[in-house]
Design a protein around this ligand. Structure first.
Ligand code: FE
Length: 230
């Protein structure tokens, strides 16, 4: 069995949010899909270990922000590679509240959905929450971010808690020419040939020439968290 076949499935990139009392949390999810239209119903798959899972179980409501292609890696890193148990993920992030008081992002976001949980199904490490739409709005025109775009164009990575995480194999991490460096926190790979143009690092900049205060575009870890890939 070749689990790489699963890489041929296509997904979007979303921020799923919920709340517990007055506390908000949110996380990146790629598994958000419409189940039926009458009434409009969606499903999401959330890791049981995530704080957002706890909040959805407690409040029985969730919101989905549909990210645009122009969403920066740092935004995905903020919601995808940090835990709401350690940081306030909404710190510095512009958001508005849905009618039920759930936060949804206003920057780099094309649309949002708000849903009330009607069923939850436990599946191994994850729970599928099925929710009836209670509100929805299109915020602006644009292309939604797809998972393929995130991986291929933005060169993003997948955290271990994601439903679609597949452990890296030697061929996915070995590089061709100049030494590449991998973030030990989130697996982001710095490729000197590509640089980090989103933050002003020209293609062709070797890892050693990156400024001392350069940080991982996804998880914000410092240069010391990086290991050379041999
Ligand atoms: Fe990182």
């Amino acid at each position: 069995m070749d689990v790489k076949a699963l890489h041929r499935l296509s997904y979007g990139v979303y921020v799923v949010t919920s709340k517990q009392g007055e506390r908000f949390n949110g996380q990146i999810a790629n598994t958000v899909f419409q189940i039926s239209s009458e009434p409009p119903t969606v499903a999401i798959s959330i890791n049981k270990q995530n704080l957002t899972h706890e909040f959805i179980q407690s409040s029985q409501i969730f919101a989905v922000s549909v990210l645009a292609q122009d969403a920066p890696l740092s935004l995905i890193g903020q919601f995808g590679f940090k835990s709401g148990r350690e940081v306030d993920k909404f710190s510095g992030i512009p958001y508005k509240l849905s009618p039920s008081g759930l936060p949804y992002l206003t920057d780099h976001t094309l649309a949002y959905l708000e849903a009330k949980v009607s069923q939850s199904i436990e599946v191994n490490t994850h729970t599928i929450f099925i929710g009836t739409l209670t509100d929805a709005a299109v915020l602006r025109p644009g292309e939604p971010m797809t998972y393929a775009y995130y991986h291929q164009v933005k060169r993003g990575t997948t955290p271990k808690a994601a439903p679609t995480f597949i452990p890296a194999t030697p061929e996915t991490v070995t590089a061709a020419a100049a030494p590449k460096y991998r973030c030990s926190i989130c697996n982001y790979i710095y490729d000197p040939a590509k640089g980090d143009p989103e933050r002003g690092i020209e293609p062709g900049t070797p890892f050693e020439k990156l400024p001392a205060d350069w940080t991982c575009p996804i998880c914000n870890a410092g240069k010391e968290a990086f290991e050379q890939i041999t």
